[in-house]
Design a protein around this ligand. Sequence first.
Ligand SMILES: *[C@@H]1O[C@H](CO)[C@@H](O)[C@H](O)[C@H]1NC(C)=O
Ligand SMILES: *[C@@H]1O[C@H](CO)[C@@H](O)[C@H](O)[C@H]1NC(C)=O
Ligand SMILES: CC(=O)N[C@H]1CO[C@H](CO)[C@@H](O)[C@@H]1O
Length: 505
Amino acid sequence: MIAPPSSRRLRIFGAVTVVTLIATYFSLRPQWQFEYREYYDGVASYFSRPVYDNTLYNQGNENLIQKQYNTSNPCARFPDTNGILFVMKTGATEAFDRLPTQLLTTMSCLPESNFLLFSDMEQQMGPYHLYDALSEIDEADMDRISDFKLYRSQQECAVSLQSCIDTKAERQHAWNLDKYKFLPMIEQTWRMRPGRDWYIFAEADTYVFWANMVHWLRKQSGLNPREKIYLGSRSFVANRPFAHGGSGYILSGGVLKHLVEKHSNLTRQYTEKGTEECCGDLLVALALNDHEGVKIRQTWPMINGEKPTTLPYGRGHWCEPILTMHHMNAEEISTVWQFEQTRKTDRILMIKDLYDSLIAPKMKETRENWDNTSDDVCYINPDPDAQERADGQARDRQRKEDEMSEVEKVAWKSPENCAKVCETEISAEDAGDKEKRLNRNCFQYRWHDEVCCTSKSFKLGEPKSKSSSDDSKAKWTSGWYLEGIQDWIDAMGECTKPAWKIPEL
Ligand SMILES: *[C@@H]1O[C@H](CO)[C@@H](O)[C@H](O)[C@H]1NC(C)=O
Ligand SMILES: *[C@@H]1O[C@H](CO)[C@@H](O)[C@H](O)[C@H]1NC(C)=O
Ligand SMILES: CC(=O)N[C@H]1CO[C@H](CO)[C@@H](O)[C@@H]1O
């Protein structure tokens, strides 16, 4: 029997559809079986990536961060870094411990043409190349200057560096070698990526808050990258100011162009100077000063040498936006990245926001075997023996006997007495005085071996290893006057406007 044409067409259509569906099934099948990872990743990027419970979500920060961490779109809030070059300096002894986390987090959103990695050995890390900052140092200088021994021995290592190098002994050597990398790195950076507006130099334990950084440089700072500009957190060696390297420092294209193009032998000159100076970040300041007459503009506390757990929260560290942090281990970098990714808002991130989301949920009245780094004012048993035992810094920061209140006079006797210093700072009748509340000087204390020290800022600090002695005096106790902290925070109120720092000479 011959079917009418319309029904035949229907059957052909049906058959084609079935074949297409089967073909589609077979072509897509590997995706679901995870057999061809590459293929799967290619396809999956069009869909979304997993959503996890946010491990930072805690009692106390429910209103500030998402309960879940949607990893689909990590670069959604990442700024356009066009015109900015990021230069990360590391060393062969640490690169593989530190860099992978950087590359998985903040740097994963930086286009590859916008960053360079420098080390003291040429290495490859997955798809990323680590350039050898020292490759152009004169052979004769290397032979003559003993600091380069590590450089040579690194290159002679037949296996992985971790197996060749005894980290404890080599840490000092790695540090000694580090200072020679700065100027050659600056020279190579300009030659490899000339003509950018801004060059941000940092280390593998520096965290950069990119959204703030780019917003500030472009929109808020009022700085012109064609001018000669050197920004950072100011430190001093023998009265000579320089931008602390670990906190990160910024050079304008204007100053870098002139420094590198007009002075062809910087590497040579500052390799020699390196033998006499402590550190490479100081050498950068010397080069900029000697050749360009350019001095650092203080950008602290936005460019910052602390990390969330050691930052002294309080006056001057609250409504200020944060651009960088330092001494961040891999885990801490990942944590802060996760925090940036899961904030409920994308307004400018201020120091206060770090406290509210990451630190406040961890604050409690006391912690034993803990050092909160309270050391602004100290009270020590006046007995000469106890004075002798106390460390020099605590001794120097003692309050004078005749300036002490009754509570302060006995603060050294126990952790409980020490805690009273903060509790009694503001008397009941002054409790409503906003000026007094804002000027609170005692937020936390630390007690150990008849030494009580208090702090005019609040910070979390770190565990202090248990002392082996059973003597209760030997224990480190840290405590926070939570009511006082909350009272200060309330008195400060909301930070309605970020307190941008104007970088000054
Ligand atoms: C996660 O984010 C992606 C992209 O922004 C979105 O398409 C997806 O719906 C989100 N998933 C959940 C569960 O919210
Ligand atoms: C660097 O070059 C300048 C001239 O360009 C010269 O005067 C100086 O001696 C050179 N310094 C070194 C260390 O070679
Ligand atoms: C963790 C930490 O920074 N501890 C510091 C606490 O304070 C003493 C001196 O006051 C320092 O020596 C510690 O390094």
